[in-house]
Design a protein around this ligand. Structure first.
Ligand code: ZN
Length: 205
């Protein structure tokens, strides 16, 4: 997944409005050869497409896969509701493995991207399931991220990535530290609040 974050954007797909159900998807173009669709736990639909695919081609595939997408959206919605209601819906081993795998594919690219912008270096990246931490950064610059981050929206994941990378400049949470976070993500406070809303996911696992 090279550079696949640089061309992401949102499309409201009016043609898909049926009754009151409008579905929105995020289109991410990259150097891949086929069109792939993924329904994320936060109920966003991600469509990955080759750079040269036309909107018509993409929309045709989405239409073909519509019932699959709806089925998965419904499944994710039910899971999300359960999680919000009980806060104790334990994920199975299979789901944890899946989240870990997805985190391994997704997070290093974001780290590379933001480290480049910020001009910082880093060491190893590990993905683990943890109960109390979303992420951490060691004195040597090794980064650790919680696989449960994959259950939160992308802007929240980016916040955690930038937060940990800012520890490469400041190993504390001083004013100077938050200043550095703000330079990269001016809206970091909103993202931070959003992350807190997902705290129950963390505590429940
Ligand atoms: Zn921190």
């Amino acid at each position: 997944m090279k550079n696949d974050f640089s061309e992401s954007f949102n499309i409201n797909r009016d043609g898909w409005r049926k009754g009151c159900n409008a579905v929105e998807y995020k289109l991410i173009r990259s150097n891949r050869r086929t069109i792939g669709i993924e329904v994320k736990p936060d109920l966003t639909v991600i469509v990955r497409a080759p750079r040269r695919a036309t909107v018509g081609e993409i929309e045709r595939i989405i239409t073909e896969k519509e019932s699959w997408i709806r089925k998965h959206l419904e499944k994710m919605r039910m899971k999300k509701e359960q999680l919000e209601e009980s806060g104790v819906n334990l994920l199975g081993d299979e789901e944890i493995r899946e989240l870990t795998q997805r985190a391994k594919e997704y997070i290093p690219g974001r780290v590379r991207y933001f480290a480049g912008i910020m001009g910082v270096s880093y060491g190893r990246i590990t993905i683990r399931k943890q109960k109390s931490l979303w992420g951490s950064c060691s004195a040597k610059g090794n980064l650790n991220f919680n696989c449960l981050l994959m259950m939160t929206p992308e802007d929240v994941i980016d916040y955690v990535v930038v937060h940990e990378l800012c520890h490469r400049k400041q190993m504390n949470h001083s004013k100077v530290f938050w200043n550095e976070v703000g330079k990269v993500l001016p809206d970091y406070n909103e993202r931070r609040k959003k992350l807190k809303d997902y705290g129950s996911i963390l505590r429940s696992q």
